[in-house]
Design a protein around this ligand. Structure first.
Ligand code: MG
Length: 203
């Protein structure tokens, strides 16, 4: 089983629950409709990887997201993650009304920075993604359609979360292709303070 790092310990999530379409500008860039209900899907533990790959059966797209670690009834830690997506395949599956797992839940589709503990999740918690030094994505809790607490409540209305499970809260605008050789730097920020950052070199 794969692990993520939380402060100085390793945690093995049983699953990752992901929100789709949680920022209005990202919904527009993909030509999707604002959903009536929260769009949720799951990545298994096997999706977790430390390596950022540009290709897995097809070119992969990045989606940087604020990610929360669940423990004892609440979110206790935050990280920035990449929800890697086979966009061409996902478009085909969506058009046919088929499940997304082949496009979203493959091995290597979930990358995370270390998690840092946090006491309060407020509107100023934010993420930024830089590729080769250029800011490509930025978002914050304030810009989410569904807040982290609303997401937690909705998930728990139909599935149990285990301690150590991760919730990915959706991506802001600016998604695109992962290009081999590119340097990705992702950050979690609170106002201007960087809480945690992670760098990946795409292969
Ligand atoms: Mg996503």
């Amino acid at each position: 089983m794969n692990s993520v790092k939380v402060v100085n310990s390793n945690i093995t999530p049983s699953k990752i629950v992901c929100v789709g379409r949680n920022y209005v500008e990202h919904i527009s860039e993909l030509g999707n409709e604002v959903p009536d209900n929260m769009v949720l899907f799951i990545k298994p533990n096997a999706a977790i990887s430390a390596q950022l790959c540009s290709y897995h059966q097809e070119t992969l797209h990045y989606e940087a997201e604020l990610c929360f670690l669940y423990k004892q009834g609440k979110f206790c830690a935050v990280a920035v993650g990449l929800d890697l997506t086979k966009r061409a395949l996902q478009s085909q599956l969506k058009a046919k009304g088929l499940p997304w797992e082949r496009a979203k839940s493959f091995t290597g589709s979930a990358l995370f920075s270390d998690f840092v503990t946090l006491d309060i999740i407020d509107d100023d918690l934010a993420l930024a993604l830089y590729i080769n030094g250029e800011c490509r994505q930025s978002g914050s809790v304030a810009k989410m359609i569904y807040s982290p607490q609303e997401i937690l409540t909705e998930i728990q209305s139909f599935i149990s979360l285990e301690d150590g499970d991760i919730v990915m809260t959706g991506t802001p605008a600016g998604v695109g292709e992962v290009v081999s050789g590119d340097t990705f730097e992702a950050q979690v920020l609170h106002r201007s303070e960087v809480l945690v950052a992670k760098q990946w070199q795409a292969i």
